[in-house]
Design a protein around this ligand. Structure first.
Ligand code: HEM
Ligand code: HEM
Length: 187
């Protein structure tokens, strides 16, 4: 059950698509709920983010154990370097996003809960309805900034990544995308 040049393991493929699709949905919901002040979506965003964090950690452990998959085809050296950088940024960003989100909520006094199951209670301010007493306001602010900056970077890198995958499939017509869809390809 390990990755090879001609076939990726079902674990690699499943983890890639579960994390990848969820991250794209989380980015879209995050941008939507903040821009349109749709506060009712916050608990859903946080709950899904904390659940997918568990899968993300499993994926990182799997990657560390397996190493990166060998390239499916022979690329130019700049393509090779770019794809390595992009993969590192993507995998690091998948860890930074949920951690900064959880720190922002917890340190800001908003607590942590997954679909109503509370891990850390919120600390509402009795003198100001709807406001919280932060555990550490400045640190929550840094986590908030990190969440925002990392999400902007991630959106740009995901666009680059998806364009690269489509270029391989449609222009180079190699097996890069097919292999990530679980198919066996020619070496
Ligand atoms: C798992 C991956 C996650 C992704 C991809 C993600 C993405 C985003 C994005 C794109 C935004 C909008 C940023 C902005 O422009 O202000 C956002 C906002 C937010 N996220 Fe996440 N997020 C994730 C996980 C989490 C988690 C686990 C939590 C908390 C437990 C969280 C809490 C929040 C909160 C509270 C906001 C709103 C901040 C504000 O009101 O300005 N996020 N998220
Ligand atoms: C529709 C969206 C996506 C498509 C079509 C896609 C396609 C691919 C393909 C074809 C590969 C194999 C590249 C190679 O063999 O060199 C790959 C690898 C990878 N993708 Fe994506 N991807 C998508 C979304 C994402 C997202 C949103 C993330 C993370 C936020 C992500 C993270 C990665 C990583 C880290 C790898 C390296 C291999 C691995 O760790 O499994 N992808 N992707």
């Amino acid at each position: 059950m390990s990755d090879s040049k001609t076939k990726l393991s079902c674990v690699t493929v499943a983890l890639h698509w579960v994390v990848g699709v969820t991250m794209i949905i989380m980015l879209s919901v995050g941008v939507y709920m903040t821009n349109f002040e749709e506060h009712s979506l916050y608990p859903l965003h946080k709950s899904v983010g904390m659940i997918i964090f568990v899968v993300i950690l499993m994926r990182v452990i799997w990657r560390v154990k397996q190493g990166w998959p060998e390239a499916a085809s022979t690329y130019k050296s700049w393509e090779h370097t770019l794809s390595k950088i992009v993969h590192w940024v993507l995998i690091i960003a998948t860890v930074v996003m949920p951690i900064s989100g959880m720190l922002m909520s917890a340190l800001g006094g908003y607590g942590l809960a997954v679909f109503g199951l509370e891990f850390l209670a919120a600390t509402p301010n009795p003198d100001e309805a709807g406001k919280m007493i932060p555990i550490n306001g400045p640190a929550a602010g840094i986590a908030h900034e990190t969440h925002e900056i990392a999400s902007t970077l991630l959106i740009a890198v995901v666009l680059l990544h998806v364009s690269g995958a489509l270029k391989h499939h449609l222009v180079d017509k190699d097996g890069t995308l097919k292999r990530m869809l679980g198919r066996r390809i020619d070496s």
